[in-house]
Design a protein around this ligand. Sequence first.
Ligand code: UDP
Length: 220
Amino acid sequence: MTNTVYAIYGASGCGRSLMPVAREQLQREGLKAEIYFIDDSLEQPKEINGHTALNYAAFKVLEAQNKFVQIAIANSHIRQKLAQQLEQDGIQLWQVKASNVVIMDQVEIGAGAALSPFVTLTSNIKIGKCFHANLYSYVEHDCIIGDFVTFAPGVKCNGNIIIEDHAYIGTGAVIKQGTPDKPLIIGQGSVIGMGAVVTKSVPAGITVVGNPARPLRKEG
Ligand code: UDP
């Protein structure tokens, strides 16, 4: 029986961008193991970017003592659903972290994070499950980030900010720093549009865009 196998769940944009990061991580750790893609759109296994890609049912029956999976899918609700499935099946969430990620002091990161190249996490930060920090994003000091939060590339999350579960922060968004007694809060499930400049707290479940960021009004 092979000891350990690894997989990137999702073979679309997010997964194909994280696979090279995952491959380099295993090399760095001196581990020689196969990394699969899992994608449920596949009826039959096929090769994608030099890796075997198969659906979850086929991955589940692979013979291995240990299985580690990075859920590389941007939709946070799908990540949550798949994380629950993996946990039920006794498969571990796998953190994938690029070699040049900078992590400073007292940073706590939940299982299954994806930390892409050039991400920086400074000091005294707490992050929940399955966090995605895409290319060049940073999190400054004293932030608390919930579960299944997603940062597109280039997110600037300054100090003393709380980001609740399932929030999505678009490419290049800038979030103004809070203070220790009054952190800036991005509410649960809210969406920050690309390039938004967020100057004050955002309630749960809404989308804000622009500079300064304001709720998106739907036409009609
Ligand atoms: N997917 C899957 N199982 C699921 C839900 C999604 O394998 O339960 C796969 C889906 O087939 C697709 C990928 O996850 O290949 C999600 O890709 P998408 O282009 O929507 O977004 P990305 O997260 O890569 O930006």
